[in-house]
Design a protein around this ligand. Structure first.
Ligand code: PMV
Length: 358
């Protein structure tokens, strides 16, 4: 038919939590048992880019991921929560002369086509779902001209796609406040603690230890942990709130040592709760553990915390450091794991530094 197609594109980067989200308070609303906070990466090669189109000419809602159609994806409750959630905030679309082209009611009658690309391996355990749902919500918000009823409402919608996605809608250092004072959990949302210009010297060295798909999904893992781990309960009840306060303060003060210490301690406690889960969940492998050892030796050698590792629900390491040490940390990793260099590094400075280490 000749019905118009309205289309918008947006992108969102992935984020790496330094205080981890682990455990759902309410499965239906996808809300957490504890606050969390993350660094949004700003590299172009760790993004999801999503195009959304709406038209009465479309017969069904459809989704393509990296060019391949996902059959039945439009019925997925996470996808529906995002599309219907953002559409509920739609405003009318006008042309340059102020003539109404699409009313709010018109939007509700249209079917949606979504095409999303990751600029990094989907299965690499680098929070591809966070970037994906954040980009979806951002693109839908543009398409529908969505108007938030309160600050952070769009993040509370992204949260229903993937919890960590709520933290990818802004750059810098972003906290997810667990909420729970409101019955509909609309207060479980993300809030920017510091923007991307606050601490531009911060760097992330990413070690893709394995690009295999993780064997325990975060949803399944969290549910077993909530049911069986007393350590997780202790963590959520008493540890995290203190750490949140301390790490936000450290980030704002650009205090790398405190930031790094809390980041490593929290990653370790998250993986300890996985071991405390029954049956236990192992996300880190021997390479991950050796990276932990190397970083501690490096910090001891430096006489202060200069690098800090963190691991999500997979074996890949993200190592935070400052610009002045980034080449050194990269070189240190390449010294022990030269095979990472072939694929991911393209910097002549590394060559020299690697030699210095030998
Ligand atoms: O957003 P999800 O459901 O994929 O869970 C993310 C869980 C961790 O990555 C391990 C921690 C976090 O806060 O991102």
């Amino acid at each position: 038919s000749g019905a118009p197609i309205y289309m918008e594109t947006s992108s969102a980067p992935t984020n790496i939590a330094t205080i981890k989200y682990w455990g759902k308070a309410d499965a239906k609303w996808n809300t957490p048992i504890n606050d969390s906070v993350s660094v949004t990466l700003n590299q172009d090669d760790l993004k999801a880019v999503t195009t959304v189109a709406a038209s009465t000419a479309f017969e069904n809602d459809r989704l393509w991921l990296n060019g391949e159609e996902e059959e039945g994806a439009a019925d997925n409750k996470r996808f529906r929560a995002c599309v219907d959630g953002v559409r509920a905030l739609a405003t009318e679309k006008k042309d340059d002369d102020g003539k109404v082209l699409v009313t709010k009611e018109d939007w509700s009658k249209m079917k949606i086509h979504v095409s999303s690309y990751n600029t990094f391996p989907t299965a690499a355990g680098l929070a591809s779902s966070a970037a994906g749902y954040a980009a979806l919500v951002a693109a839908l918000a543009l398409l529908f001209g969505a108007k938030e009823e309160f600050p952070g409402q769009l993040t509370s919608i992204a949260r229903q796609g993937s919890g960590s996605a709520c933290r990818s809608l802004s750059g810098g250092f972003v906290a997810w406040r667990k909420g729970g004072k409101k019955e509909d959990w609309s207060d479980s949302l993300a809030e920017q603690v510091a923007d991307e210009n606050h601490w531009p010297e911060i760097r992330a060295v990413i070690m893709v230890v394995s690009d295999a798909k993780k064997d325990t999904s975060s949803t399944a893992g969290m549910s077993t942990s909530v049911e069986t781990s007393l350590l997780l309960k202790h963590r959520a009840d008493t540890v995290v709130s203190q750490r949140m306060e301390a790490i936000e303060k450290a980030f704002l003060a650009k205090d790398f040592e405190t930031f790094g210490q809390l980041t490593m301690a929290d990653s370790n406690q998250f993986h300890a709760t996985c071991l405390d889960t029954y049956p236990p969940i192992f996300y880190m492998n021997d390479v991950s553990k050796s990276i932990i050892r190397i970083i501690h030796v490096y910090n001891k050698w430096a006489g202060k915390i200069q690098a800090a590792y963190t691991f999500d629900a997979g074996p890949n390491a993200v190592i935070f450091t400052l610009e002045e040490h980034a080449v050194e940390v990269g070189a240190l990793m390449l010294h022990y794991y030269p095979e990472f260099g072939d694929k991911y590094v393209n910097n002549p400075d590394f060559e020299k530094k690697i030699k210095d280490f030998k």
